[in-house]
Design a binder for this molecule. Sequence first.
Ligand code: NAD
Length: 475
Amino acid sequence: MTVPRQVSHWVGNATLHNRANSVLVNTDPRTGEPTSAVALGGAVDVDAAVASARLAQRGWASRPPVDRGRMLAAIGVAIRERRDEFVELECAETGKLDGEGRTSIETAADYFEYYAGIVRAHFGETIDLGSGEHAFTRNEPWGVVGMITPWNGPLSQAARGIAPALAVGNTVVIKPSEFTPSTTVLLARLASTLGLPPGVLNVVTGEGGDVGSRLVAHPDVRMIAFTGSVASGRVVARAAGDRLVPVTLELGGKSPNIVFADADMERAATGAATVCVAAGQQCAALSRLLVEASIYEPFLAAVAERVAARVPGAGLGPLTTRAQHEKVIGYFAAAREDGARLVTGGRAAEEGALARGRYVHPTVYADVTPQMRIFREEIFGPVLAVSRFDGEDEAVALANDSDFGLVAAVWTSDSARALRVAGRLEAGQVIVNGGAAGIETPFGGYKCSGIGREKGFAALSTYTQLKTTVVSLAP
Ligand code: NAD
């Protein structure tokens, strides 16, 4: 049996001793072997981290953007230099395939390099009130930002928030998921070796009910950036509402993927099978496939073939947590009870060595109707729910028949239709014919998928508040 790595809080550029002496031992989703023993922090650790962040904030904010940018750029370079170490840790905790882990780590480095540059182009404006006044706006940081992240993309989601938040002069206390904190702690340690001042980036490990709720309630935390489930997002939003502090919520999805009969079948089928990336544990997964009636059966067969080709343990990773594994298996039962037609998969993968891990077979259900749970609820696994539609109006109605609104996709060779449909979809991001979003493109949800925007220039606004100054020019 391997001995788990100890993971504890990082506050003021030093490890904060695990006072409570209680740990969560995580196991590798691929093998069941222990990976990390994570300190379960409490209010006292959060308070220490917030105090450290508060102390550092004014000094950090007073530096010119170019200086803060240089520091972020150095972090990006350092992540790339230590890429293998990050990938190994990330894959051991999440179960990602090596290629998926590499993409996540590269993306994290990209965030630091991108915000290092664009913060220098984040200007206020002057407002013309006539020759007797001079009015201008300035983007100011909130102060200490409390950040909470989930387990499915630990480093890239941390970097998505940390990079823009630090770029504009905030300091950060982040609580990563208790299941996958190692790469976030490594990032903070690495940043301190590069000269990031103590207190600018702090990590407190532990559970949502203890560390997360104290972070959200702390009077010196002036802004909250939450990524996770709708249920936890509601709790966080309520707490933020009580304190009247701004909160961004990046929550779940049940994103529709609409395929019209005139689409490029090969590309659309390959695109539909991307639901299996990261074993379906992506907020942006296109987990509802809506197919025009005239091509329904042949297209379904083409997609099912591609999905089934993802062999568990080779082309398909495991579910990260035990609870997630059980949840996905629970949805197989729900689909059966609700009368969906099983095309492939629909069961745990327990053959040979796979039994030690948390694998399921990649799964496609057909003839899924809006009443079924697998149409409405986020499964967060390699499970595709396929429904049939007749014409544009029905496609849009089915796509929008959801409490979620994170992403939507359209496949058609008719560009006018693509734009018409895109305009009618209730989603924060619409992908046409497989377009690939980047870190430059704003991201966030409509409806229950969230509030606020991350990524792109939009994140610089998210992490700042606007101050207007008006000066009388009277002699
Ligand atoms: P989760 O809500 O259970 O946990 C997310 C984080 O919140 C964890 O760090 C957890 O410890 C913490 N937390 C839980 N309860 C809390 C509370 N009461 N107060 C403060 N913090 C609390 O979600 P999860 O299972 O870790 O992640 C999966 C979910 O995240 C999915 O719904 C997925 O779609 C969503 N997600 C969204 C995005 C996005 O950008 N929209 C990205 C990744 C994941």
